[in-house]
Write a protein that binds this ligand. Structure first.
Ligand code: URP
Ligand code: ZN
Ligand code: ZN
Length: 468
């Protein structure tokens, strides 16, 4: 199958030009002006942007968490992703305490089998180095294309690890070339605050934020940075939400340390007051770190503009309000933590970021596609438009209006964080390795056609697949 995309405005992290793109055997094979080639399908991209397929480095599909399982599996989650212009993501495999990493990885491969519509890689969330996975097994994961280790410094009694496990994992990463990712919050202090709040009869959703003050995120971020320095490991701080966490990252980067960070779409738009919505509606915004005071939003825009933060992910961890979030009606600590977002990252960041002049279009592509691909060993197969790269392409109509609603979304969640928001600009057609996965408002991909991507180690490139 060959595809010729004609006359689009091709926008990458570095370039912006009018041109034609020819796709053959899943890859871009020719880029030029007025290409004179035959193709099975010709797509007129006049007045459209042609963007690299977006890469989401932080998602939780089909994941047991908070006493339930996330609402989207690899089929519904991928449908949401494709509709939103995301063609590749990296999802979290969770090691069950007492079990090996191999068993966890096998379980997650089975979850995507026969369902995947887009491509994905896996991070390994390390929860137990004492009775479960060994350091040797952890060191072997990069050979299987799993080149990032995730550690939760919060969720005491569930996913949280102690500093010994965190530091030993960092030492292994320094040896194997894996990237260490941290959920940075002080889980011990938060646990004390949660128990005190409940003992005082404070059960409403807003106490989720009031028991996780920004200082607990700042402290853990700084601790992870300093420990990664000692271990000599590269560090990536996930879902940065506030000034207190931005400051140590900015300082580390100023000093040239190997420290990177992301924020997520929701932190630019949802603030603490959403948690105060009546009738338990606030539970929709219970994710971690929590929505912060509005003043943080400007700090986050500034951080993505100035490269203090390198990526914007979704942390898509969808639950239904009705039946899942409601488990915490009488106790905020029982509300499953997480929110949906895979479908609307490009919509929101294009409209409020690029269109409203907060970031350039090139920077938008860099934050949503190129940097996630580079940091997580997917570049240049993913995250850019170049000869030899996978033909993951978004034909984006920058003038089409789209209203974001739960009723029109592909996620199985029954709400949307941005309900009713009208954006200008939406993906019109999306190709994943040259195959149409989204067109005319419909998901077009075949379940099972998405591939697992074995990623390169941190700082190494993922060579384009060789043509055989
Ligand atoms: O609330 C969130 N963010 N849920 C997903 C798990 C995590 O902490 O990333
Ligand atoms: Zn987290
Ligand atoms: Zn997450």
């Amino acid at each position: 199958m060959s595809v010729l995309i004609k006359g689009g405005r091709v926008i990458t992290a570095a370039d912006d030009y009018l041109g034609d793109i020819f796709v053959e055997d899943e890859r871009v094979t020719l880029i030029g002006e007025s290409l004179d080639v035959e193709a099975d399908r010709v797509i007129d991209a006049d007045a459209k942007y042609v963007l690299p397929g977006c890469v989401d480095p932080h998602t939780h599909l089909d994941m047991p968490f908070g006493g339930t399982v996330t609402a989207d599996d690899f089929e519904s989650g991928h449908a949401a992703a494709a509709a939103g212009g995301t063609t590749c993501h990296v999802d979290f495999v969770i090691q069950s305490p007492g079990s090996s990493f191999g068993a966890a990885l096998e379980a997650w491969h089975a979850k995507r089998e026969g369902k995947a519509l887009i491509d994905n890689g896996f991070h390994m969330a390390v929860t137990d180095l004492k009775e479960g996975g060994s350091l040797e097994e952890l060191a072997s994961l990069p050979d299987q294309g799993v080149t990032s280790y995730k550690l939760f410094m919060a969720y005491k009694g569930a996913l949280m690890v102690d500093d010994e496990t965190l530091f030993k994992t960092m030492e292994v990463a320094a040896e194997t070339g894996a990237l260490v990712m941290v959920h940075a919050e002080n889980g011990d202090a938060i646990d004390v605050l949660v128990k005190q709040a409940l003992a005082a009869g404070h059960t409403e959703p807003k106490y989720h934020a009031l028991t996780r003050p920004p200082e607990t995120e700042g402290e853990a971020t700084n601790r992870a940075i300093q420990l990664a320095r000692v271990a000599g490991a590269p560090l990536y701080v996930v879902h940065v939400s506030c000034k207190e966490a931005l400051e140590p990252i900015a300082l580390a980067r100023e000093k040239g340390w190997n420290v990177h960070g992301e924020t997520c779409t929701q932190y630019f738009f949802i603030d603490y007051t959403y948690l105060e919505q009546p009738d338990f509606e606030g539970a929709k915004y219970v994710y971690t770190p929590p929505p912060r005071d509005k003043a943080n939003q400007e700090h986050l825009w500034s951080a993505v503009r100035t490269d203090v933060l390198s990526a914007i992910s979704t942390d898509h961890c969808a639950f239904r309000w009705d039946g899942q979030k409601t488990a915490g009606r009488d106790d905020f600590s029982k509300i499953p933590n997480g929110g949906p977002g895979l479908e609307n990252r490009l919509h929101m960041i294009h409209h409020f970021g690029a269109r409203e002049g907060r970031i350039s279009l090139n920077r938008m592509v860099e934050l949503l596609a190129t940097n996630p691909a580079k940091l997580f060993g997917l570049y240049p197969r993913k995250g850019t438009i170049a000869v030899g790269s996978d033909a993951d392409l978004v034909i984006f109509d920058p003038e089409a209006r789209h209203t974001i609603t739960a009723s029109g979304q592909h996620s199985r969640s029954d709400y949307n964080l941005y309900e009713g928001t009208e954006v200008v600009g939406t993906p019109e057609l999306v190709l994943r390795r040259g195959e149409v996965v989204w067109e005319n408002g419909e998901v077009a991909a075949r379940p099972g056609s998405g591939q697992f991507v074995a990623r390169a180690r941190f700082g190494e490139v993922l060579a384009p697949a060789l043509r055989v």
